[in-house]
Design a protein around this ligand. Structure first.
Ligand code: ADP
Ligand code: ZN
Length: 732
């Protein structure tokens, strides 16, 4: 890979070059440079493939192993800046490291095919300033969206304002909106590094100076910004962003979830004066196309997005920030399996630029890298200003159980009442969507389960549906038991957030409740509305799943109640303890972020568990040390390397046979251990039967080479799929 990055190919007419296509093929294909054309590495080209014409990227010189008369000519060059060596190197690295086909990885970098074409003039809408006599709430929302003066596409406008296209058309018709032609709607809105500079505290200043000097050095270094919740990590890395923007280079910021970007964008805007370019799956194709081009032509100084933003073709990237670096959403587990945090570090290395990983609860991997001196740790040990870290208490549910039919203990009840009566806000966290995680028949004991997965169906009472959270299967709420047919015999077992909301509405009828989960909040706009309702004190109790745990800053929020702190601890997952500490620290970190002191109550049936104790005692480092010792003793990551091999098929026998064949051919070298095959904990998923093998190797081994050799030595029919998950997070 190093050679391909360094080598400079200039292919003249008649020469053969290899072109990588965004298709999951095993390798790049050879093409001839036709008369009158000259190409260089990284150029986007159109080439024939069978009867089709497809776009691809010139990857290097031809392989030379194709007969000259079989080689077809390149059709056309696309007018785009060539893909830089740094991104091509990254694609090769991801393909190699995660055992994916390079074409499948390239597809993530070329995910908007229309972005390759020259722009057609777009119809954009702007506000004329004139107002109708009657401004309906819908129309008011449209004007509010356009208030920043930026022209917008009809589709974006109606989505952002949550109105139908007819509302927009009506406003045009009545002369309140104008249509203008444009090719880009983000021009002329460059962030201003000096728009609003905060006064940093001593610790913040020290960390910011270090970050800014690493920006100045223009070389690869990973900074682990390790600061308690509310310490001002965002403000601090904004300084590094500011320093990078001043040098004219671009910045990439990764956030774990779209919902989180609402508040982030506002903060960016108050610091730098404009909204940056965004990138995530919810954007319209037209907007993504524009973002892709803006990044590629260096018109976008900063792009913020979810993990897929990692593969954007930046023209002159100068800094990468990964916020909440420990977050499991950075791990992609379909298509190409990869960890965006780790790929971000590799991109920084290939581009020779600094990387910032920010977290209040760094992953064990990053923590180890910092302790070993591979990463530079910058600590922010205290909250900003007068704010103190919240007081965390465990409620022992064995001693103070809730009354029958309820899920909240008297202690949490009282604390909630006092908080709401005092005019402050409460956040109740339960990581379970829906009404109840399990529905069973009181008469015959039958449990409603998904027909496609080894999983219970979850009741969603608000929408009157039963849902599978693994495959998306939906059916009507059942009235009678599907097994014994008895009517009214089905009972809901255990609480989900909807059931909590029902309980609260009963015991605190005056409190204003809102539920925030991926079911109730489906767009950024929606999340923004909830956030502004919280900020304007229109909500007393916010109930939610992990969606509410991250990043948010609500000054009046002083009490966080964790309904089931034990939930993540069962199940024997390698990272169960680590993840619980991260998640619960994160949600606890929402309490008392300004002058009002915060309090966290953890409901638990195992208050002596090291995770609960670490949270109560605020002893994160003690926990990390103990967890590392345990991982080392058990020979587990980050001390060894793991890979999972998942075999699936619609035919159970076949999956089992392929798994057995693989197990028989497993490498038997010294320190390599292969466990399994065993039926996966979710033995059936989306109708496919699944078996797992787990490979453990010491860090000295070339795990990828071993896996390639092994998987290459066994063959199986297309009715079985074998996937490799390097550095797995999920063991389901
Ligand atoms: P973290 O990301 O570490 O949880 P934030 O960056 O969200 O912390 O900061 C917490 C709050 O404190 C935010 O409202 C932020 O604007 C504010 N804040 C932090 N540092 C400063 C500062 N130096 N000046 C003004 N406000 C600050
Ligand atoms: Zn299912």
């Amino acid at each position: 890979m190093a050679e391909s990055v360094a080598s400079l190919l200039r292919g003249g007419p008649g020469e053969t070059v290899s072109v990588l296509l965004p298709i999951p093929l095993a390798r790049a294909y050879d093409y001839r440079v036709p008369a009158g054309m000259s190409v260089e590495e990284g150029q986007y080209v159109r080439v024939p493939l069978g009867a089709r014409v497809v776009s691809g990227v010139v990857w290097g010189s031809g392989s030379g192993d194709v007969a000259a008369n079989k080689i077809r000519p390149i059709g056309a060059l696309l007018k785009l800046p060539p893909m830089k060596a740094e991104l091509r190197g990254l694609i090769d690295w991801v393909a190699h490291y995660y055992l994916a086909s390079p074409g499948a990885v390239l597809r993530m970098a070329m995910s908007v095919p229309t972005a390759l074409e020259p722009p057609k003039p777009l119809k954009l809408y702007i506000d004329t300033g004139s107002r109708p006599q009657r401004v309906t709430p819908q129309r008011a929302r449209v004007f509010a969206v356009l208030a920043d003066g930026l022209p917008r596409l009809a589709a974006d406008l109606s989505r952002m304002a949550s109105v139908g296209p007819d509302v927009v058309r009506g406003l045009v018709h009545a002369g309140h909106l104008n249509i203008v032609a444009g090719t880009s709607f983000s021009e002329g809105s460059n962030p201003d590094p000096n728009h609003s500079i905060p006064t940093l505290s001593g610790f913040q200043r020290a960390a910011a100076n270090e970050l800014c000097s690493s920006v100045g050095a223009e070389r690869f270094v990973v900074n682990l910004l390790d600061g308690v919740t509310g310490s001002g990590k965002t403000e601090v890395y904004f300084e590094a962003i500011s320093a990078t923007l001043k040098t004219g280079r671009q910045v990439l910021v990764l956030l774990p979830e779209i919902a989180l970007s609402a508040q982030w964008l506002c903060r960016f805007e108050s610091r730098f004066g404009v909204r940056p370019t965004t990138w995530h799956s919810e954007l319209s194709t037209a907007t993504r196309r524009e973002s892709w081009r803006a990044v590629s032509f260096a018109r976008a100084p900063l792009a913020v997005g979810t993990r897929s933003a990692l593969f954007l073709p930046f023209a002159k990237l100068g800094l990468i920030v990964v916020d909440e670096e420990h977050d499991a959403s950075y791990k992609q587990e379909d298509g190409v399996f990869y960890n965006a945090r780790d790929v971000a570090v590799m991109r920084g290395r290939l581009a020779a630029i600094p990387v910032i990983l920010a977290s209040a609860t760094p992953s064990l991997e990053s923590h180890c890298n910092a302790s070993a001196g591979r990463y530079r740790r910058l600590s922010l040990p205290t909250r900003h200003g007068q704010a103190k870290l919240p007081d965390v208490e465990a409620i022992d549910m064995r001693r103070q159980p809730p009354v029958r039919g309820r899920w909240l203990s008297p202690a949490l009840d009282t604390a909630m009442r006092e908080t709401v009566e005092g005019g402050e806000q409460v956040m109740l966290f339960l990581n379970r969507r829906g009404y109840a995680p399990l529905t069973l028949c009181r008469s015959c004991g039958f449990r409603l389960h998904c027909p496609n997965c080894t999983a219970w169906l979850v009741e969603h009472r608000l929408t009157r549906k039963m849902r599978c959270h693994h495959c998306g299967y939906v059916e009507k709420l059942a009235e009678s038991c599907p097994e014994c047919g008895l009517e009214g015999s089905l009972v809901a077992c255990g609480p989900g957030v909807e059931r909590l909301a029902e309980e609260l509405a009963r015991v605190m009828p005056k409190a204003r409740l809102k539920v925030m989960t991926s079911d109730t909040v489906s767009s950024i706009r929606h999340a923004e509305m909830l956030v502004s309702d919280m900020l304007a004190n229109r909500i007393d109790v916010l109930i939610g799943t992990q969606m509410i745990t991250k990043g948010y800053h609500f000054p009046r929020l002083t009490l966080v109640g964790v309904v089931d702190a034990d939930l993540g601890l069962s199940g024997g997952d390698l990272r169960a303890s680590e993840r619980s500490v991260q998640l619960l620290s994160q949600v606890s970190g929402r309490a008392g972020r300004e002058e009002r002191a915060g309090r966290v109550l953890l409901q638990s049936y195992m208050t002596e568990h090291p995770v609960i104790r670490a949270l109560v005692e605020g002893d994160r480092d003690g926990f990390l040390a103990a967890e590392l010792a345990a991982r080392s003793a058990a020979r587990m990551p980050p001390f060894v390397r793991l890979a999972a091999v998942i075999i699936s098929s619609r035919i159970e026998r076949l999956a089992a046979d392929v798994a057995a064949d693989l197990a028989r051919a497993a490498p038997r070298e010294g320190e390599i251990e292969v466990f399994g095959p065993a039926p996966a904990p979710i033995a059936q998923l989306r109708g496919r039967f699944r078996f797992r093998l787990l490979v453990k190797a010491s860090r000295r081994h070339n795990l990828q080479a071993i896996l390639r050799g092994w998987l290459g030595s066994v063959s199986w029919t297309r009715a079985a799929i074998v996937r490799v998950d390097i550095d797995p997070y999920s063991f389901m």
